[in-house]
Design a protein around this ligand. Structure first.
Ligand code: SF4
Ligand code: SF4
Length: 410
C-alpha cells in the first residue's frame, strides 16, 4: 500500500512504525472473512482492511472524525485478522497507534468520558472493584433472572495457598478483576504447581492491559513501573518465571520491554520480566506432568473456548486442547472456534449490543455437542460466557485438580 505520511510524522517512532505497517498491507481483504465485526455489520469500515484505511487517512491528513473513532472503537482487538493475513500485517500495533491518534484529535462525549474514567478507576483496583460490585448487586432483587446473570459477583478468597516451600519458585500474577471475581483460579494453579514441586508466589497488581487498550499510556506505564518495583525482589530471589492465568494479561506483560524501552531506569527490568512471562499453558507444557496423574476416565464432556488473546495474541491456538486431551479429558468439537466471544476486555461494557450478539453466536457453537461444562483461559471470557449460559464455566486449570488418584477434589 502506498502511503503519504507527512515528513514530520515519519520522524516520530510511531509514525515510522505506522508507515511500515501500512506499507505491508496489500489490501487483499482476506482478513475481512474472519473479522467478527465485519461479519456482523457488513460495513467495510468495520473490518480490518477498512480500519487500516481509516488510520492511513487520519495519519496522512492529520485529522480525524467521530466516525473514525466509532469504527475503531468497534474493533474487538481480537486479532483474528492477524492470524488470517497472508502478509503478516501487524494490525494490532497499528490500531494502538491509530486509537492514540484519534483520542488526541477527537473529544469524546461526556458520558463516554465518564464511563471510561469509572472503568479505569475501579476495575484495576481490587478493593474498589469489589465495592462497586457489592453496590451494584444491591439492586439484584429488582432485576429479572436474565439481568441478574449479567452482573458478576465477587468470590470469597477460599482456602489458603499451599504452604510447602519448594526450591523451584514462580511468580503468579494475581491480576485485578480475576482476583475479585475468581480467586479460585490462582488457588487451583498454586495447588497444581505444588503437586509438581513448584512454589507459586503471589504477584499482586493489574497488568495494565485495561488502560493500555483505552489508550491511557500515562496510566499504563505507571502501573508497569509499580509492578516491576513490587515483583523485582522475587525475581532477584530466583523466581524462574512470571506465570499468567488470564490470557488477556499475557500480551501486555510480554510487551513490557517495548513499552518501557525509553525509560533508562526501568527498560532492562521490563525486558527481563517480559522475557520470563508465560501463560500457564506454556509453562505446564515445559514441565513433567506425571505427578498430576491423568483424568479419571469418567470426566464429563468439555467445550473449550480458546480466548482470542491465547489463540491470536499469543499464537497458541490448540495448545490447551492438546494438553487437556493428553491428560485424558474429553473435548467437544467447537465450530468457528476462531471467533471472539464478545468479551474483549471492556468491550462487553462499552459495546454492549455487538458483544451480546457475539456471545449468543459463541454459546450456540460451544453448546452444540451438549457438553457438561465450558472451559476457557481468561477471566473476561469466563465471566462473559457465564452471563449467557446455565452450564458451569471454569478456567481449564481448575479441571486439573481432578487428575490423579490422590486428588481431594474428585
Ligand atoms: S491486513 Fe492483510 S489480509 Fe487484510 S487487507 Fe491487508 S494484507 Fe490483506
Ligand atoms: S482485531 Fe478482530 S474485530 Fe478488530 S479488525 Fe481484526 S478481526 Fe476485526
Amino acid at each position: 500500500m502506498r502511503t503519504f505520511l507527512s515528513d514530520e510524522l515519519k520522524e516520530t517512532p510511531e509514525g515510522r512504525e505506522a508507515d511500515d505497517i501500512l506499507r505491508s498491507c496489500v489490501h487483499c481483504g482476506f482478513c475481512n472473512a474472519t473479522c467478527p465485526t465485519y461479519q456482523l455489520l457488513g460495513d467495510e469500515r468495520d473490518g480490518p482492511r477498512g480500519r487500516i484505511y481509516l488510520i492511513k487517512e487520519m495519519l496522512e491528513t492529520n485529522s480525524a472524525t467521530r466516525e473514525t473513532q466509532l469504527h475503531l472503537d468497534r474493533c474487538l482487538t481480537c486479532r483474528a485478522c492477524e492470524t488470517t493475513c497472508p502478509s503478516g500485517v501487524q494490525y494490532n500495533r497499528l490500531l494502538e497507534i491509530g486509537r492514540a491518534a484519534v483520542e488526541s484529535r477527537v473529544k469524546r462525549p461526556l458520558s463516554e468520558r465518564i464511563q471510561r474514567e469509572v472503568l479505569l478507576r475501579t476495575v484495576p483496583e481490587p478493593n474498589r472493584f469489589r465495592l462497586l460490585l457489592g453496590l451494584t448487586n444491591l439492586a439484584r432483587p429488582l432485576l429479572s433472572a436474565a439481568q441478574k446473570k449479567t452482573i458478576p459477583v465477587s468470590e470469597p478468597a477460599g482456602e489458603p495457598w499451599p504452604s510447602t516451600t519448594h526450591r523451584r519458585k514462580v511468580l503468579l500474577l494475581e491480576g485485578c478483576a480475576q482476583s475479585v471475581l475468581a480467586p479460585r483460579i490462582n488457588l487451583a494453579t498454586a495447588q497444581v504447581l505444588d503437586r509438581l514441586g513448584i512454589q507459586a508466589l503471589p504477584a499482586a497488581g493489574c497488568c495494565g492491559a485495561l488502560s493500555h487498550h483505552l489508550s491511557r499510556e500515562d496510566r499504563t506505564l505507571a502501573t508497569i513501573r509499580r509492578n516491576i518495583d513490587h515483583w523485582w525482589p522475587a525475581i532477584e530471589d530466583r523466581a524462574e518465571a512470571l506465570v499468567l492465568t488470564a490470557s488477556g494479561c499475557a500480551p501486555t506483560v510480554m510487551d513490557y520491554g517495548r513499552l518501557l524501552q525509553h525509560d533508562p531506569d526501568y527498560a532492562s527490568k521490563a525486558e527481563k520480566l517480559a522475557s520470563i512471562a508465560l501463560d500457564i499453558s506454556e509453562f505446564l507444557e515445559q514441565q513433567n506432568l506425571e505427578a498430576l496423574g491423568n483424568a479419571t476416565g469418567d470426566e464429563p464432556l468439555i467445550a473449550f473456548h480458546s480466548p482470542c488473546t491465547l489463540q491470536h495474541g499469543l499464537k497458541r491456538a490448540g495448545s490447551v486442547e492438546i494438553l487437556l486431551s493428553r491428560l485424558g479429558f474429553r473435548l467437544a468439537a467447537v465450530q468457528d472456534a476462531h471467533l471472539c466471544c464478545g468479551s474483549a476486555g471492556s468491550y462487553s461494557i462499552l459495546q454492549k449490543d455487538l458483544s451480546r450478539q457475539l456471545l449468543q453466536q459463541k454459546l450456540k457453537c460451544l453448546e452444540k455437542e451438549q457438553p457438561a461444562l465450558i472451559a476457557t483461559a481468561n477471566i473476561g471470557c469466563l465471566t462473559h460466557l457465564q452471563s449467557g449460559t446455565d452450564l458451569p464455566v471454569k478456567h481449564w486449570i481448575e479441571l486439573l485438580l481432578n487428575c490423579g488418584e490422590s486428588s481431594p477434589h474428585r
